[in-house]
Design a protein around this ligand. Structure first.
Ligand code: G6P
Ligand code: MN
Length: 439
């Protein structure tokens, strides 16, 4: 059986141990010859590789593990390139969130002005990574976990035609697990339908194996005030629980579909601003929580020389990316949520729009399964969000202040040109060289 070489770009991230554990759990389906971790932070890379070497030994997992800061070197011979980059780190995420809130706007990682700033820092790097992968490892599939995913997917679509890229998000799966639990079903016994963009969409149907439509039942449960049943997939901090329960507010507003969690930022920006603490944001929670915990676990293992007796945090986030690699490697055609170019899937939206919907993944990549005519309200909403995304890519690639201002003006979380200009100027100042020069 073929043995694979997997490269993780952003390999020093605290998500790496979870992804590697998922690779180990799927060793039968995806036997690994070599794992390469690439990142800019050599100290953390070394820690990660030392930790993984001990883990591999303890678990009798005989893959080699290497680290490098050199992207070219990390791509040579790769079959899969997983990307999870965060240009500027959680420290810049913190700035994005806090500055937005200071200006009375949604302070969030991927939505609103925070997502815009994250995109401006990341777009060019993502394009370079994809170009390098195409040149150095033309057979490799790039599976992207990097955010803001829809904007990066749009940039790659335009700038690197025919790249072998998949764009994956764990949010829908986590929400589906919670919805299934709330309905008292197993996730695998339900079939969901969804339309929209990444971090911006709606569920239109939830059917059980007998074909019974359960969406009305879920709506009823939510509207009765009952809490969502959460499932442990790394979203159990109080802020995430609140976000999940806000799905109810979205259903109260427009009951026909079940909105994705992230819709709260677009339906209720003022409520979010009012509730969020501008001195301690989600970035702080992650820095003090997940990030700290994972690196401490790695350090403990390295100093003990064994994983025995040291608890590790399980993180199913890794399973989702490895499952897609397995689907490609074995040409399975399994059903996943996919991010693909529209090409008629939503016939009343532009063909070149990157959309999120259910589809299949096989050796040729991802394709959408079902056509869906988007109703007028949702269509207009999607257009403003998608045009914001496209203008953000324009602004970054052309270095255009005007396009950046138009992007932010269209973003559904920002109420006016004045606010858009105010936050744009603040973000430009704090981001310095992370941003392209905007003229
Ligand atoms: C969800 C989204 C990811 C996002 C993450 C942030 O899982 O799908 O795209 O990066 O949330 O989670 P965090 O715990 O860092 O706030
Ligand atoms: Mn996501």
């Amino acid at each position: 059986m073929k043995e694979y070489i997997v490269t993780i770009v952003g390999g020093a991230s605290s998500y790496t141990p979870g992804i590697v554990r998922s690779l180990m759990n799927r060793r039968e389906r995806l036997p690994l010859k070599k794992l390469v971790l690439q990142d800019v932070d050599s100290e953390k890379l070394e820690l990660m590789v030392n930790y993984l070497s001990i883990l591999f030994q303890d678990e009798e997992y005989d893959a080699q593990v290497h680290w490098t800061t050199d992207r070219e070197e990390s791509f040579r011979g790769a079959d899969f390139i997983f990307t999870q980059i965060r240009t500027g780190g959680l420290e810049m995420r913190e700035m994005d969130e806090k500055i937005s809130l200071e200006h009375g706007l949604v302070g969030q990682e991927t939505c609103g002005p925070g997502g815009f700033a994250f995109a401006m820092r990341t777009i060019r790097e993502m394009v370079e990574i994809t170009r390098d992968a195409q040149r150095i490892a033309p057979e490799a599939w790039i599976i992207n976990y990097s955010n803001p995913l829809p904007i990066l997917a749009e940039a790659v679509r335009r700038e690197v035609p025919h790249s072998r890229s998949l764009f994956i998000c764990d949010m829908p799966i986590v929400q589906e697990l919670a919805m299934a639990a709330t309905l008292d079903y197993k996730h695998r016994d339900l079939t969901f339908e969804y339309f929209g963009l990444n971090h911006f969409g709606w569920y239109t149907s939830i059917k059980n194996s007998e074909g019974e439509e359960l969406l009305p039942k879920l709506r009823e449960i939510l509207l009765s005030g009952e809490e969502m049943k959460m499932v442990d997939f790394g979203h159990l901090d109080q802020s995430w629980i609140t976000t999940f329960n806000n799905i109810r507010e979205g259903v109260k507003a427009f009951p026909e579909y079940i909105p994705l969690t992230y819709i709260q930022y677009y339906y209720f920006p003022e409520r979010i601003v009012k509730k969020y603490n501008p001195d301690y944001t989600r970035a702080n929670e992650v820095m003090d929580g997940r990030r700290k915990r994972i690196y401490e676990e790695c350090k403990k293992v390295v100093s003990a020389g064994t994983t025995q007796g040291i608890e590790h945090t399980l993180d199913a986030h890794g399973d989702f990316i490895v499952d897609q690699a397995v689907a490609v490697a074995h040409n399975t055609g399994e059903r996943f949520m996919v991010n693909v170019v529209n090409n008629g899937t939503f016939p009343n939206l532009d063909d070149d729009m990157v959309i999120e919907t259910f589809g299949r993944i096989d050796a040729h990549g991802a394709r959408a399964s079902k056509k869906f005519e988007v109703p007028p309200f949702y269509r207009a909403f999607i257009y403003s969000q998608n045009t914001y995304e496209k203008l953000t890519v324009d602004a970054c690639m052309e270095g255009s202040y005007n396009k950046a201002l138009q992007a932010l003006t269209l973003n559904p979380t920002i109420p006016s040109v004045d606010k858009a200009r105010e936050i744009l100027d603040a973000l430009i100042e704090v981001n310095g060289d992370y941003f392209p020069v905007l003229k």
